[in-house]
Design a binder for this molecule. Structure first.
Ligand code: PMP
Length: 454
């Protein structure tokens, strides 16, 4: 399938006429023609199980019939008004969306991408607090716009220009590869897949990571002048890193005590993906001051938002604020039908049940194969970290990672990749996958791992 007039032409145009920094997955990239629920179909009609949901953007399923019907209906009525008029859809959607959030998180700013949402959250945090300095975690990904490129803390995405003015990176509380480790020696590790999160106390180094954050606040920022702290509930691009339970709560307390607001980036972990909760931060027992969301929010349609409190939102009203496409009728129709579908299809419960089963099955692979170092996650936000051996935890080399990745694809399973060292397979499928899909994936993985180690 990796040649022929159509395939060759597309590759040529990609080389000649498209952004040369585009990420293209796989040595022999796929030419995708269509999608249905958890499946993608290439130009030859071959079917693939999409465990990466087109980079986590597909929540309820590719071309879910209900979402397609909602957007088609809207397209026949009105494509676009800006928010300078009243239109029922954006209001219906804002009301419904804010009902999913706790506390005083009641005011929505609709935008079009995750980077835009985080840009706006940075701006609002600075305006509201009157402070400038912002903290994010090392290994975080929060966007690629000039502003958010500073929050993003990995050289893979950086350019050699000034970025991140006023942003500080605190040490990543990564219990597997972090500088202090955590459950390295803990016997609990082998049963972690049964746990819904890192159990309090398992990460013995949690306090050290909090201490390092405290140092950043104390020594890198003017006294009491923090503007904001950004974190995901489970790191996405960063490789499914799960923070020790208790870390985020303590971090939020510290940041607030020093003048800052706390921002949860739920671009990947929101909308029920973690299974037990609709929002990932709820699993940490915290209520943020702002929540940013995108990707699965629109099931693939460009739609994103910042939700915050009335008091914080008010700071933007000192000037006019305008976003041409933010919350347009089509985006709002899609967002609304995604929320309805999540409820009707009991998607969050599916994430909990199928995700837990997935973790348990992958944990068996971890126990069988020396190169499967760690299996972690929650619901359908899963990561499998590959190593040379379990003792050293040295990241598996890029060539072997690529071989495994490509080979799974040839057998019909599309995985994601990421992590600080690029050695983590990421599993964040459309949230409608079934137990049979898990069994298929695990048998493909077992076959490919067997070939790899022999
Ligand atoms: N935040 C997180 C956690 C993300 O994973 C991403 C995208 N990978 C973004 C923000 C940026 O979103 P976008 O690509 O829509 O700008």
């Amino acid at each position: 399938p990796y040649s022929g007039p159509e395939y060759d032409h597309v590759r040529k145009v990609r080389g000649d006429n498209l952004n040369p920094a585009l990420v293209t997955h796989f040595k022999k990239p796929l030419l995708i023609h269509s999608g249905h629920m958890q499946w993608l179909f290439d130009h030859t009609g071959k079917r693939y199980l999409d465990l990466f949901g087109g980079i986590v953007t597909v929540s309820v399923g590719h071309c879910h019939p209900k979402v397609v019907a909602a957007v088609t209906d809207q397209m026949n009525k009105l494509w676009h008004t800006t928010n300078i008029y009243l239109h029922p859809k954006i209001h219906e959607y804002a009301e419904r969306l804010t009902k999913t959030l706790p506390g005083d998180l009641k005011v929505v700013y609709f935008v079009n991408s995750g980077s835009e949402a985080n840009d706006l959250a940075m701006l609002m945090a600075r305006l509201y607090t009157g402070n400038f300095d912002i903290i994010s975690l090392r290994n975080a990904y929060h966007g690629a716009s000039p502003y958010t490129l500073g929050l993003t803390a990995h050289g893979t995405w950086k350019y050699n220009i000034a970025n991140g003015f006023g942003v500080h990176h605190a040490s990543n509380p990564d219990p597997y590869q972090g500088i202090w480790g955590g459950y390295r020696d803990s016997p609990v590790q082998s049963t972690r897949a049964n746990e819904s999160t890192v159990v309090d106390g398992v990460c013995s180094s949690s306090e050290k990571y909090i201490g390092q954050l405290e140092e950043v606040i104390k020594y890198s920022i003017p006294k009491g002048k923090v503007a904001a702290f950004f974190a995901e509930s489970i790191q996405g691009v960063g490789g499914g890193v799960q923070f020790p339970l208790g870390y985020l709560k303590k971090a939020f307390d510290l940041v607030r005590a020093n003048g800052g607001v706390c921002i949860s980036d739920e671009v990947q972990s929101g909308f029920g993906r973690t299974g037990e909760h609709f929002w990932g931060f709820e699993g940490h027992g915290v209520v943020p001051d702002m929540v940013t969301m995108a990707k699965g929010m629109g099931n693939g349609f460009p739609l994103a938002a910042v939700v915050t409190t009335p008091a914080i939102a008010q700071t933007m009203s000192h000037a006019l604020h305008f976003n041409t496409f933010g919350g347009n009728p089509m985006a709002s129709a899609v967002g609304l039908s995604v929320l309805e579908t999540l409820e009707e299809d009991k998607t969050q419960e599916n994430c909990r049940v199928v995700g837990t089963y997935f973790l348990q099955e992958l944990a068996k692979l971890r126990d069988e194969y020396p190169i499967v170092g760690d299996v972690r996650g929650k619901g359908l936000m899963i990561a499998m970290e590959m190593v040379l051996d379990k003792d050293s935890r040295t990241p598996l080399d890029a060539t072997t990672m690529m071989e495994i990745w490509d080979s799974c694809k040839e057998h019909g399973v599309i995985l994601g990749r990421g992590g600080f060292y690029g050695n983590v397979f990421r599993i964040k499928p459309p949230m409608c996958i079934t137990q049979a899909d898990v069994d298929f994936t695990v048998s493909v993985l077992r076959h490919v791992l067997e070939q790899t180690i022999n």
